[in-house]
Every structure is written in C-alpha cells, then in structure tokens.
Design a protein around this ligand. Structure first.
Ligand code: ADP
Ligand code: ADP
Length: 226
C-alpha cells in the first residue's frame, strides 16, 4: 500500500486547453477516493498523469512519498481498470487473471496460490476454468479487477469501470467494488461522472469542475450537508 500525493498537478493540451489546473490532493494509505465531476472536467487526464500514461505539464505525482514523474507507467506500482477492458477470449479465467504473473515467470505454485486468493476475494472460485464468453457481465468485470489486483499493486486506479454495464449490474457492482476495496485495502482512486457512485462508494470525494478541484470531503459532508 502507498499514499498518493498530487502537488499542483497541471496539464495543458496542445498549449491551450488546461485540462487539469493546479490539482493538489493527498490520498492516504488504503483510502478509497472518488474523483467526480462532469464530462470534460479533467478527471481522466488527472488519472492518466498519475498512471504515467500522459505527460505532466507541471507539478508532481508522488507515490509512497516518492516523486514518480519520470517513471514509466510499468515502474509505478499501480494497476488500472478502465471502462473498456479486453479479456483474452481464448484463455480461461484462471489464465486471464494469472497472465501477468506467467509473463513475469512467477513460480507456478505461487501463481496458483495467488489466483486462488484473488478468486476467493472476487468470488470467482467456481469460474476459473470458464472462458470469458461464458461469464456474465459482472463476472467479466470481476475478472478484469482480478487481473489488476493479482499484481498486488500499491495503488489501484479505476476510470469509469461501470459505465458499460447495464443499470442493474451497475448497482450490484457499485457495492461489490466498494466491498472488495475494503477487503484488499489498496489505495484506490476511482474516476466517475456518476454522483450516486461518488455518494456511496468511497471514503472521500474529490469534486472537479473545469479542471479545478472544488472540494474534498467525505460523501456525507459533500452531499448531505446544506
Ligand atoms: P473527463 O475525464 O472529466 O471527462 P478529460 O480529462 O477526458 O475529462 O478531458 C478534460 C479536457 O481535456 C476536455 O476539455 C477534453 O476535451 C480535453 N482533452 C482530453 N484529452 C485531450 C487530448 N488528447 N488532446 C486535447 N485535449 C484533450
Ligand atoms: P502445465 O505444466 O501443463 O502448464 P499448470 O499447472 O501450469 O500445468 O496448469 C495448466 C493450466 O491449468 C493453467 O494454465 C490453468 O489454465 C489451469 N489451472 C491450473 N490450476 C488451476 C486451478 N486451480 N483452477 C483452474 N485452472 C487451473
């Protein structure tokens, strides 16, 4: 686990659109922070800078108190889940979850142990031999999360992971993701434009508008106080 600190993080695209403007924010070890705001307010850009997928115009990203601006994405000890996640259709759930460990030549016994642990957390134990095409949408979403958390990242980044799911499944996955985060206790930054997700899922909510951070507080203080 690791804390994440953003110091005056700024992104200007093509020298003109300031998508993220002086964003300063500290996310504690194990915290679940929801970054919320309307479409185009700069949430994804902020997340991509944290992930190392978008060059930073100004400011700093710190993970575990270390400035990571110069680190490539793969060197940042993060894992990501996006709204469009492509599982490998020809591989079993086991192999989809295990893939990054297999590539890294982690010993088989350890892979089996870690997949079993992740499958237990995500309630996928009975589906490990299936192919993604034979799973429900929610199960596929959980496989995508399993693939990310199997690497035991310090920081978990999610960008609108539920927006491609139907309404009923979204409701179910909202509480499942919140529960899973509490079990794994990995520092999590969750981007959404959905106020209900912001109200119900995280420990704290960071509200953005036009690239600027407006407010950071508990969901209760943001949504339930006059
Ligand atoms: P959100 O995730 O809140 O919808 P984004 O971070 O995607 O917001 O976008 C913030 C702003 O930056 C928007 O005005 C968007 O049009 C602009 N933007 C995003 N990506 C690019 C890009 N690659 N080039 C130029 N402008 C971009
Ligand atoms: P081999 O030496 O033949 O590669 P492995 O022990 O790696 O044997 O297992 C082969 C495949 O069996 C794995 O890649 C995986 O698809 C599947 N597998 C292994 N353990 C499990 C398990 N606990 N549940 C489901 N499938 C598994």
């Amino acid at each position: 686990m690791a804390n994440v600190t953003l110091k005056n993080l700024t992104k200007t695209y093509a020298g003109q659109i300031t998508a993220v403007d002086n964003l300063s924010l500290a996310i504690a070890d194990g915290e679940f922070l929801v970054l919320v705001g309307p479409s185009g307010c700069g949430k994804s850009t902020a997340l991509k800078m944290i992930a190392g997928l978008e060059p930073i115009t100004a400011g700093e990203v710190l993970i575990a108190d270390e400035v990571v601006n110069e680190y490539a994405s793969r060197d940042r000890d993060i894992a990501m889940v996006f709204q469009s996640y492509a599982l490998y259709p020809h591989m079993s759930v086991f192999d989809n979850i295990a893939f990054s460990l297999q590539i890294a030549r982690v010993p088989k016994a350890e892979i089996t142990r870690r997949v079993a642990e992740v499958a237990r957390i995500l309630q996928l134990e009975d589906y490990l031999r299936r192919k993604p095409g034979n799973l429900s949408g929610g199960q596929r979403q959980r496989v995508a999360m399993g693939r990310a958390i199997i690497r035991q990242p310090s920081v978990f980044l999610m960008d609108e992971p539920l927006s491609n799911l139907d309404a009923k499944l979204r409701v179910q996955m909202r509480s499942e993701i919140a529960q899973i985060q509490r079990r794994v206790k990995v520092t999590t930054i969750y981007v959404t434009h959905d106020q209900v997700e912001a109200m119900t899922m995280g420990d704290r909510v960071a509200l953005m508008k036009d690239g600027v951070l407006q407010q950071v507080d508990t969901p209760d203080n943001i949504y339930n106080r006059p």
